[in-house]
Design a protein around this ligand. Structure first.
Ligand code: AMP
Length: 347
């Protein structure tokens, strides 16, 4: 038996799962939260690693979630100093995520330098998108010089859902045309043609696309200029409004979907309706791109648990004959699978 640990390192949390291979049995799961916060017992990622209390010597590999690999890192890779340097160079593209991911890698590499460690990227599944999907209609040099393009995120989840859907529909990946909806506090849609991502709703950052818990999703970019120029908001304030005060929370005051659907007031209803309509717009456009669709997959806390939301989305004459699959996503298991595969191939 081989043991693969997965680390999902956020700015104030470290989540760890350990799986046995080849059985994929979950052996261990622990999350250290509030890292670095006032009064918290654990102040650094290094202390968090110790607080996990895992026996590093027993591990055969460690897989790390990394949000942004950009065009440089388009598939899971064995971590070495070059890979760590590249993840560092990509921080301007993912200032909210890559620093914490890198910190998790750095402390784990220091703690267990002899164990092979693999970086698995949220952007990797979307590396198959073509220019028509990933370019914005901006001056081309902004793409060439600055890397401004759609990258897409939640790729580990969309990849997992795609493989699970193929099993459930008894199809090979190359036969599979589906739309995957990861609907949690963060939310994204993906058009999967012949098992590959051809388009996705998150873009240059995870801000674009669907209505999320606290993120606005699609927006007229001129609103950002208006907030700055007319209302005098600073760059930080605008960033905060769009990422933390918008979406469901902005519309009705809270982002806990369970509470929203229990409410009767007009703000909760409008938040629900706008979320449903945005999902339907993406489904409609993706069906046109796919030309043929086997199923729509719902996942994430909302997609998986809220039949109300699923029924509202599917209540449309054009969607009535499309099969609906509800699949519990497991990003950590997908990262472990990738880690196990890469180690088998490369070590
Ligand atoms: P996630 O980010 O995937 O953990 O999803 C979090 C979201 O899922 C929150 O908005 C929760 O309120 C929502 N959620 C979790 N369980 C349920 C449920 N049983 N019914 C409706 N929404 C739920």
């Amino acid at each position: 038996m081989k043991k693969i640990a997965v680390f999902n390192s956020g700015s104030s949390s470290l989540k760890c799962k350990v799986f046995a291979y080849p059985s994929k049995e979950l052996l261990f799961c622990k999350t250290i939260e509030r890292i670095g916060e006032d009064g918290a017992a654990v102040q650094t990622h290094s202390e968090a690693l110790e607080a996990l209390e895992i026996d590093f010597a027993s591990l055969d590999g460690i897989g790390h979630r990394v949000v942004h690999g950009a065009e440089h890192l388009q598939e899971s890779v064995l971590i070495d100093s070059d890979v760590m340097e590249t993840i560092k160079e990509l921080i301007p593209l993912a200032p909210l995520h890559n620093p914490a991911n890198l910190e998790g890698i750095e402390v784990a590499v220091k703690k267990a330098p002899h164990i092979p460690q693999v970086a698995v990227f949220d952007t990797a599944f979307h590396a198959t998108m073509q220019e028509e999907a990933y370019l914005y209609a901006l001056p081309y040099e902004l793409y060439e010089k600055e890397g401004i393009r759609r990258y897409g995120f939640h790729g580990t989840s969309h990849a997992y859902l795609t493989k699970e859907a193929a099993k459930m529909l008894n199809k090979t990946l190359s036969q599979l045309n589906i739309i995957t909806l990861h609907l949690g506090n963060g939310a994204s849609a993906c058009a999967v043609k012949n098992g590959k991502s051809i388009d996705t709703s998150m873009g240059f950052t995870p801000l674009e696309g669907l209505v999320m818990g606290t993120r606005c999703g699609d927006l007229d970019a001129a609103i950002v200029l208006y907030l700055q120029n007319k209302l005098g908001k600073s760059r930080e304030e605008v960033e905060h409004i769009l990422n933390k005060e918008s979406g469901l929370k902005g519309l009705c005051g809270e982002n806990d979907f369970r509470k929203i659907i229990a409410r009767e007031d007009k703000y909760a209803k409008i938040a629900f309706n706008i979320m449903v309509r945005r999902i339907q717009k993406y489904i409609g456009s993706y069906i046109v791109l796919l030309e043929d669709i086997d199923a729509i997959v719902f996942s994430g806390g909302i997609g998986e648990h809220s039949k109300l939301l699923r029924d509202a989305v599917m209540q449309n004459a054009l969607l009535k004959n499309i099969e609906v699959l509800v699949i519990q996503t497991d990003e950590e298991l997908e990262i472990a699978n990738e880690c196990y595969r890469v180690i088998k191939e490369k070590v």
